[in-house]
Design a protein. Sequence first.
Length: 149
Amino acid sequence: MPCASVPRELRDASVAVVPAGVVDLFVKFAAVTSDDLIDWSDKQVVFTHPKIGTYGGPTESPFVVPRNGKYYLFVCTNDPYNTSAVYESASPYAWNIANEVGTFPSHAAEVIQDPADKNWYLSRAGWGQGGLYLAPLSWDHESTAKIPD
């Protein structure tokens, strides 16, 4: 199964956002919960992409970042391969395609904050990409993170 993420502030609740696969021909993400990290709840759909298909499509490598009372879902769209999108929500249990706040050139992006200086970084990796790359991330909606080729 592709990677999942658990926002730091939700770890006590043991919530993970995972690919749900194709449901009714739509590709989706789901949240699952656990009290012991062994037994998990049934999947609760938290994001549905309108693209119809029988594969993972535009819902790969979810990564959730809680920031300033909002939740940002970073998603690899695979359209093309090195493209990701970010969706904003007030809840870690519901994202909507209409709330896309940006796209950028990255496959399997993850967001890292340096605990020492509080700077944010965005990663990029994937098949045939030659390694793992990091770039500074600005949360200003007017600027974008540029990840070197």
